[in-house]
Design a protein around this ligand. Structure first.
Ligand code: DX5
Ligand code: ZN
Length: 216
């Protein structure tokens, strides 16, 4: 079953609670929470207080994508704020193996994200221990960018590793996904699709989610 994980980076923050209620109502599987520190990526988004606030109004899975340097420093805080899945970037952590085990020690799911230029091979040995791999299909930092085509190849590579070493692995793809390419991404082996602008476009959450789900 393919899951849809809307990124609330593209939500209307003047009515974030309302938007989250709509996501819940219209079939979102996860809430994708993009945390940016202005160091690892050239943008600052939001963090722990916002997460705590929205945790009170929904039971949906909080899929937390940490685009921050040395993410282990904040794992415990994000667990306390209600994270269900914590994703850290391979490029942001010198001791990624240790951090994955640290995250799992809190009883939440652990994932590694790869920037577009980072080879899948880098995390081959981690796959049996991971709950999810996130293939970034844009350079992280902003919503609304264009899908980088060579990332389709990377999704296939992760799918092969998953077939070999971890059949339960979730394969997530994030960036530039919409009606026009969601099927391609799913055909390559992705089973968790992040979409920001495609879900919130024109404020038509119901219609947009239906359109995306209708493609596969
Ligand atoms: C980019 C974020 C994405 C992004 C997705 O740094 O990780 O989650 O907001 O937005 P779209 O779907 O608009 O590319
Ligand atoms: Zn993201």
């Amino acid at each position: 079953m393919v899951k849809i994980a809307p990124s609330i980076l593209s939500a209307d923050f003047s009515k974030l609670g309302e938007d989250i209620k709509s996501l819940e109502k219209y079939g979102a599987d996860f809430i994708h929470i993009d945390v940016m520190d202005g160091m690892f990526v050239p943008n600052i988004s939001f963090g722990i207080p916002i997460m705590k606030g929205i945790r009170k109004i929904t039971n949906l899975t909080f899929d937390v994508h940490l685009m921050i340097e040395e993410p282990a420093r904040y794992v415990e805080d994000f667990v306390k704020a209600g994270a269900d899945i914590i994703t850290v970037h391979y490029e942001a952590d010198r001791h990624i193996d240790r951090t994955i085990n640290y995250i799992k020690g809190f009883g939440v799911k652990a994932a590694v994200a790869l920037n577009p230029a980072t080879p899948v091979e880098s995390i081959k040995h981690l796959i049996p221990n991971l709950d999810m791999v996130l293939i970034m299909s844009v350079n992280p930092g902003f919503g609304g960018q264009k899908y980088i085509n060579y990332c389709s190849e990377k999704i296939k590579e992760v799918k092969e590793l998953s077939n070999k070493y971890n059949k339960n692995l979730m394969i997530q793809v994030d960036g530039g996904i919409g009606k026009g390419n969601i099927k391609e991404v799913v055909d390559c082996g992705a089973n968790v699709i992040v979409a920001g602008s495609a879900v919130f476009k024109d404020g038509k959450i119901e219609e947009n989610i239906k359109d995306l789900k209708g493609e596969f």
